[in-house]
Design a protein around this ligand. Structure first.
Ligand SMILES: [Zn+2]
Length: 559
């Protein structure tokens, strides 16, 4: 699109924003005019970061060196302060890559299991062999420990050095109306407790040596073929000495084999599932032990988060953090046209562009009273690892972070009448989103498919787990109601992007993009953060959120 027609098209939305700012002049946060986000600048930054010169931005490659140099330089030019390790722009993120090497041996109750066929096991421990000898196995139901819901599947049963066997998803996923679990875990919507990552982490917290989930396609959301696909490759951060270490082996077992295993212990899988949907469920020891011996190849890579700060004038130790991830999928196998770089333009160069534009807007307005942080995470695509490393090794106290606002994939199909809300019902930040969107003349539409659990699958989650209230804008959460073409056009964009480009060579910058919608979304997060930056408010998790308890534990720090 040419610049003149582009600006003409943009004008109505700018006016709308300006009018709204005048209308709420009574509130202290609206005493200065809004700095609109410039779609042209979003475009330029995205084009740069997604160019071949950045080699698809894989952690630990020349593409990383170039990316962190570019981001640091942008932050420096904007006049921000470095906020990484030792007053530099970066925080070191040591990563471990582990890959099990076949064939290994796995024996369950005297039967040899075929790795990948019967069971899928991998490790995130930096070991040379994953070896388990005759470990007792315990069925733990859904393996949920959720005090805010009055639910505890473990009942204090000792899991140390045992193999914990879990059901997939959460206790109400298959519960019929009237069953005790019904509605306690969001119905079909995914909760933290339904995620496989939660189950592996909970097993580790309880000292288990391994964690295995019974695979069922409806609850997992994908077939067995997807479980076995990644080839046993895993990444993790280096956990500090003394911290809880991951289980030695983690993975899945085919449903039919699990049913056999239970039968040999005199248990019936379907009956156990019904029981596990009641709060009275107790773990059951299985009459089988697990032995495994699997060679592991371990390599180490050091990557980096890039972190910048705009210090607050009155409450510098209180923070609002913006984030996106800088990493993408690097260089891979050639596609049909021979291209090998997977440039991650929409995922998530656009998010970084949004973050830089927000930084620019803040530096052009009055200085915020609270500090604003900007974090470009590494290794999101390896399992939210840059943000997880920050979560474990925070450079600013989590308890004094008012909000984390994350952008991961923004749509490129033009202005929209609404914005998609992911994680409805989690925190008061959704009220901020609705209020700020209304000033743009937009509404919010909840994610149409909460069973996918997108709320637990981007970097903001690493902060949420530590109690920080979070908001995620993710363009694939659902089709937006586009000004040109409505919901149908919005859905078409999502389907086309996810089917053809997501994580592939085709996720590239394109000259025909219309980033006015992305700019609206970025302006939303800017507006929310700006308001918080001039306020004394601490947004709260809603009752029933998985993260409310942990936030409450530090409430004294926010007096
Ligand atoms: Zn992403």
């Amino acid at each position: 699109m040419k610049l003149a027609s582009f600006l003409a098209a943009l004008l109505p939305s700018l006016l709308l924003y300006a009018c709204a700012a005048t209308a709420d002049r009574a509130t202290p946060s609206a005493q200065f005019s809004s700095a609109p986000i410039d779609p042209n600048r979003l475009d330029l930054i995205t084009k740069t970061l997604a160019s071949d010169a950045f080699e698809g931005r894989a952690p630990g490659t020349a593409g990383e060196t170039k990316t962190i140099a570019y981001l640091s330089e942008q932050f420096r030019q904007l006049g921000l302060a470095p906020a990484g390790d030792n007053d530099g722009w970066t925080q070191q993120v040591p990563l471990i890559r582990t890959q099990v090497r076949l064939p290994g041996t796995v024996d369950v109750g005297g039967r040899q299991m075929r790795l990948g066929e019967d069971v899928y096991l991998s490790t995130i421990r930096p070991v040379e062999r994953a070896r388990i000898e005759n470990a007792p196995m315990v069925f733990v139901g859904y393996g949920v420990s959720a005090s805010e819901r009055g639910w505890d599947d473990f009942k204090g049963v000792d899991l140390r050095n045992k193999v914990a066997v879990f059901l997939v998803n959460d206790p109400d996923f298959e519960a019929a109306a009237g069953e005790p679990a019904a509605g306690k875990f969001g119905g079909q919507a995914m909760t933290y407790y339904g995620r496989w990552t939660y189950k592996f982490e909970e097993a580790a917290r309880r000292g288990a040596i391994a964690a295995i989930i019974v695979h069922e396609t409806p609850g997992a959301g994908y077939p067995w073929s997807t479980v076995q696909a990644p080839g046993g490759e895993n990444y993790d951060i280096v956990r500090p000495a003394g911290a809880i270490q991951p289980v030695l082996l983690q993975g899945w077992i085919q449903r039919q084999l699990a049913a056999d295993l239970f039968r040999r212990s005199g248990l019936d899988l379907e009956a156990l599932k019904r029981e596990a949907r009641t709060p009275g469920f107790r773990p059951r020891a299985l009459q089988a032990r697990l032995s495994a011996d699997i060679p592991v190849q371990t390599t180490r890579v050091t990557s980096h988060n890039v972190i910048a700060k705009l210090p607050g004038t009155r409450y510098p130790d209180e923070t609002i953090m913006y984030s996106g991830h800088w990493d993408a999928y690097g260089i891979g196998a050639p596609d049909a046209s021979g291209r090998r770089v997977r440039p991650g333009a929409v995922d998530d160069a656009i998010g970084l562009a949004g973050m830089l534009e927000i930084a620019r807007a803040f530096t052009q307005g009055p200085r915020p009273e609270r500090s604003i942080l900007f974090a470009a995470w590494t290794a999101e695509e390896r399992g939210l690892l840059g943000s997880e490393h920050y979560g474990v090794n925070p450079l600013f106290p989590h308890e004094k972070m008012a909000a984390n606002l994350t952008m991961d994939i923004l749509q490129t199909a033009g202005p929209a009448r609404d914005v998609i809300l992911i994680g409805q019902g989690q925190s008061e930040l959704e009220d901020d989103l609705a209020r700020t969107a209304a000033r743009q003349g937009r509404t919010i539409t909840p994610d149409a498919r909460p069973e996918r659990g997108l709320f637990y699958r981007a970097d903001h989650f690493s902060l949420a787990k530590r109690g920080v209230p979070v908001l995620l804008l993710m363009g694939i959460g659902g089709g937006a109601d586009l000004v040109n073409g409505g919901r149908e056009a919005g859905n078409r964009w999502v389907e086309d992007y996810t089917a053809n480009c997501y994580h592939q060579t085709c996720d590239e910058w394109r000259p025909d993009w219309d980033l006015r919608g992305a700019a609206q979304d970025v302006a939303l997060l800017y507006g929310i953060g700006r308001e918080l930056a001039f306020s004394r408010r601490w947004p709260q998790w809603r009752a029933g959120s998985e993260f409310k308890n942990i936030r409450n534990q530090s409430s004294a720090a926010r007096k």
